[in-house]
Design a protein. Sequence first.
Length: 605
Amino acid sequence: MKKIITLFCLQFCLFAQAQEYTSSNIHSHNDYESKLPFYGAYSNETGVIEADVFLVNNELFVAHTSKGIASHNTLKSMYLEPLSNKLKTLEGKAYPSNKPLILMIDIKSDADSTLKAITQQLKTFPDIISNKNIKVVISGNRPLPSLWATYPDFIYFDGRPNENYTPEQLAKVEMISEDLHEITVWNGKGVLTQPDVEKIQAIIKKVHDQNKKVRFWATQDNVNTYMTLMNLKVDFIGTDKVAELTQFINNIKTTFYQNTEFHQAYAPKNGFKNKRPKNVILLIGDGMGLTQIYSGYTANKGQLSLFNIPTQGLSITKSSDSYITDSAAGATAMATGHKTSNRFISVDEKGKPLETIAEQLAKKNYKTAIISAGNITDATPAAFYAHQPERSLSEPIANDFLSSPSDILIGGGQKEFIARKDGKDLSKTLIEKGYTFSDKFSSLDTIKNSKFVVLEDAAVVSMKNGRGDFLTKSLAKSTTTFSKTKSPFFIMAEGAQIDYGGHQNNVEYVVREMLDFDKLVGQAMEFVDKNPETLLIVTADHETGGLSLIDGSIEKGYVHGSFSTNDHTAIPVPVFAYGPGSEKFMGVYQNTAIYDKIMELIGGK
């Protein structure tokens, strides 16, 4: 049990520790071998810049081996002069941010004679050796600790965990380093074994108990290694990829999320064998791929209503003119059963209007509701009521709703209806057509009319900014309104902002929107169980962000992700179906098949 707890704590430490790391924790290993020695590491304000040094004919050369020595690669020209110039430019600051800098000189030749030459050369740079934010640390071939006191105060040493120091010697130690290969055969993939974890933790504890910082060399240069070292509270992370590691550390706050609010997943109650549905609820998680779903599952401690739906399929999302769809073409495929070009709203490739599912079902006396936790004129909801050749034409899209047979419209986008550039107030026309119109979401509970439009931008901010239960209230109002009639209904509700989080490459944004969407799924599942003539379909128009999960804890509810893009990807998206006819949604198919299957089940095709 103790071993399990230790491993678990090691994994979970990242939440507390990772956000404390900065580029000051980066050790630019063998910096002189980088494409831009000194300047590349310096521009990222790394904590340690390392140079291997040989003494040849009383000159200090920077090279990894003696065979690599070149006459122009001297310690003075590559490191000391550039650093001195930076100090002059910044009026004594080591970095613009005033962070500290360690220049590690790894001696490859004779320790005593080389360090003597280093000391003499450093004395010609008083601005470096007198700077309180700069330390010169000697590693590699070092003099015996008993001789350290004979060197000037500006010389510090890289210690070793198996060396015992007097208090005077320890005062000359800036950090303590060890070869990771001496401890473990771990290759940077997967996790360390428990015995290796305990050996490494013992070294780290010993170093930290001496009030010194710890570094390991011979570490792998990949994300899994970075995270493992951070989990272990290693002070300096060695890398040959300074820019990449800097970006990784800087992005941790947006790619890491610890959930604090958990909800109970809904468990299905029915089997629904061999029945046709009367009503259809289509829930679209915009930008929601399998990774976004699993991030929600992880953050909710292994519970997700969506994962309790027994029937699943996969939707291929490509548009007619692109391998990667956008929301306009993706939603059009589901709303009309036709592939179209990106940016097109329920029109074909030539711009000809395509009949939407709402228009089709109106002929069968269906009631229709369109709900979005974003702007109602955005591409996904617009595809269910508008016909435009360009998704950004928000005012013409809003105007198209005047011709739509839909009964309910709930979302943001009030200005596109009542504060338009063309001066029109569509709310007046809607009222004339029998709708109740409100620009306050709070009015939803008091509306008695069976036809209404409720649009308020303030109601569709992100969950992080306090949106609250907008989606569940909107769905509840729609189902309650439609249940008062004998007519069948079709409802499309969109979790719009999972997509927003993907575009921003922000894991917290994605996860919180995903969890809110899952509450909507659970509510819809419960409605289906109480109204078993209803079919629920849950899917996405596309995946956004190329999200992958590189760490997490189901037990603690935290997620660490990595994005490959800030745009959409071509990854097929999951389809979940619950209710009568749900078995039709098994398998792999084009996104247009979602429309086809719905229409087939309700007898529309």
